[in-house]
Design a protein around this ligand. Structure first.
Ligand code: AMP
Ligand code: ZN
Length: 161
């Protein structure tokens, strides 16, 4: 780490977590990376993984994560952040096409105060249909078969992109 970055890290305000999910040993997303927890994975490369959100706001709601554990975006280097969003950009195209949405939201929460529940950096890709415009939809629950079907169609779009 550069001296400049070290100084910035030391002086920066700490992003607060009291959540018991903090730390790689107890982190559910690290467990998904190592396949110690199941999930509907839609994309993976050497440094990233993307999988369906278990309590989605809409069909196709996907989380894109760096595999390396870090709590917030402040734990990442600039180049890593750029890479993460490059992957999220590709995932957004696959998700929107797969579920025939009309738009999408990127959401990226940092810290408990910002409603970050899982303390492992992630970008939400939330597809939105025109009929849901302006509506804050409730969390949805799909059957395991529906989740897998959605994941399979996103994987197909990722492979074709
Ligand atoms: P955030 O509030 O930004 O920390 O979002 C964390 C997201 O992770 C929430 O939308 C949860 O529904 C989702 N989530 C929690 N556990 C899992 C899991 N095991 N598999 C997939 N998504 C999960
Ligand atoms: Zn983790």
């Amino acid at each position: 780490m550069s001296a400049e970055k070290e100084m910035w890290m030391a002086s920066a305000r700490r992003i607060v977590f009291s959540s018991p999910t903090s730390g790689p040993d107890r982190c559910i997303f690290c467990q998904i990376v190592t396949r110690n927890a199941s999930s509907n994975i839609v994309y993976e490369d050497e440094r990233h993984i993307a999988f369906l959100d278990i309590y989605p706001f809409s069909r196709g709601h996907t989380l894109v994560c760096p595999k390396e554990h870090g709590e917030t975006i402040w734990d990442m280097k600039e180049g890593e952040i750029a890479e993460l969003f490059r992957v999220a950009f590709k995932v957004s195209k696959a998700v929107v096409t797969a579920v025939q949405a009309d738009g999408f939201r990127f959401v990226q929460n940092n810290g408990e105060a910002a409603n970050q529940v899982v303390a492992h950096v992630h970008v939400h890709v939330i597809p939105v249909k025109m009929e849901d415009k302006g509506r804050f939809s409730d969390r949805r629950k799909f059957t395991p078969a529906e989740m897998e079907e959605t994941a399979a169609s996103i994987r197909r779009e990722m492979a074709g992109s």
